[in-house]
Design a protein around this ligand. Sequence first.
Ligand SMILES: *[C@@H]1O[C@H](CO)[C@@H](O)[C@H](O)[C@H]1NC(C)=O
Length: 176
Amino acid sequence: MMELQAFIGLLLPAGLLGKSKIDLKCLWRRSPLESPIFKATMSRSRFQNIISRLRFDDKITREERKRTDKFTAIRKIWSYFQDNLQICYTPGSNVTIDEQLLGFRGKCPFRQFMPKKPDKYGLEFWLCVDADSRYVFNAFPYIGRKPTEQRQTQIGAKVVLELLKPLYGSSRNVTN
Ligand SMILES: *[C@@H]1O[C@H](CO)[C@@H](O)[C@H](O)[C@H]1NC(C)=O
């Protein structure tokens, strides 16, 4: 458990350093320009071993669940994450709804292609953000239509209502 916590602890500075998108290997380089924290915490091969095996669901039942939910592999942990976002912070009176393409070129059934965005390929997230501090208060990915679903209508309206659910009746101002 402690090792997994250390692993997650390393992902945070990797993200802050903007290195999670590039090659993680360079974080273990022997260079005065790299932070010593990575090498001091665990070996590069151990880190890569963990990252390649990390799962957040029961692999045995995943195929079954995937039929109705493309996000099923991380649905549960994402829901804990959402809860924590909301427990840890109270947004001010102005919140805003936004979307963001997180660059990603790996294999994923809901990867999007957006030619106008700098990254072009990625996972699109819808966000409810505190307009003042920019804290992300609620977020979920755009995963497209469920395999069993008819064509979707009024996606925008549904997304906004879903994102704002935790704030219903709280007299916030919403912009977009
Ligand atoms: C919310 O927006 C209104 C209108 O722009 C502004 O007057 C007010 O100061 C904002 N509130 C906060 C907490 O930022």
